[in-house]
Design a protein around this ligand. Sequence first.
Ligand code: NAP
Length: 259
Amino acid sequence: MVSSKQESAVVTGAASGIGREAALALARRGAAVALLDRDGAKARALADEIVRAGGRAIAATADVADSAQVKAAIDAAVTAHEGLDTVVAAAGIALTGSVLQMAEADWHRTIAVNLTGPYLTARHAMPHLLERGGGSYVAISSDAGIRGSMGFAAYCASKHAVVGLVRCLALDHGHQGIRSNAVCPSFVDTPMADQLLADDNVPEKSFYERRVPLGRFAQAAEVARVILHLTSAEASYTNGMFYVIDGGTTAGTYTAAPA
Ligand code: NAP
């Protein structure tokens, strides 16, 4: 999949959490990384950090729901890093509410960022991966992409759809040497989780931890290691799959006794 040239990778949502750790892990693997985020300053700070450590990185301010911005950022990455091999679509938002509680605008924004974002990322990356003769695409779905979650109607719908998108990408482009997969984490210690837990309507962290057989949230670096695997030659026969990394949460019904 990765040619003899230096690997070139694009990561969306790279300024924070899982995207940030994925970008750092890819840079440590030797990839030249392009960091896309709506928070361009934070993405640039991370790119500077990677360059100071001896790597190659550029950053772009881009809203993944905006086709022109995504295209411009991916094209810039291809020019700067002479092609494209690896794409990680990590940008996402988590807005809560049942269909009755949630404002229609929040529904549309969730779908725009969490589903149209990975679609636009694929749409503008695929021509470059094809030009390279192959590559790999990973989108971050969620355990909410394979089961429902009370009070997360839009988020669950968007994440289920990401699994569908990835399966179709796998069917449409597998024969061209492009592997597409999804990663489905459950609870990950990131700013997104912190923000959700700060909501008065959301239970305390220990409530969720008691539903994880491993008894804790994942670290973003643990999810990044799965992304690294899926985008590597180690996963050369993995296409159209969703990789659940959830400490056993979705294996069955589990609730630890209160401490
Ligand atoms: P995070 O720490 O909030 O990082 C997400 C990054 O994406 C942030 O920098 C965010 O910017 C950026 N972003 C949001 N909307 C964007 C847009 N429209 N265009 C470009 N960038 C945008 O969240 P995370 O926990 O790492 O989440 C990464 C992915 O994993 C998401 O798709 C999320 O749904 C998924 N996930 C997370 C968990 C979890 O428990 N944390 C579990 C399962 C799946 P702002 O900070 O400005 O919003």
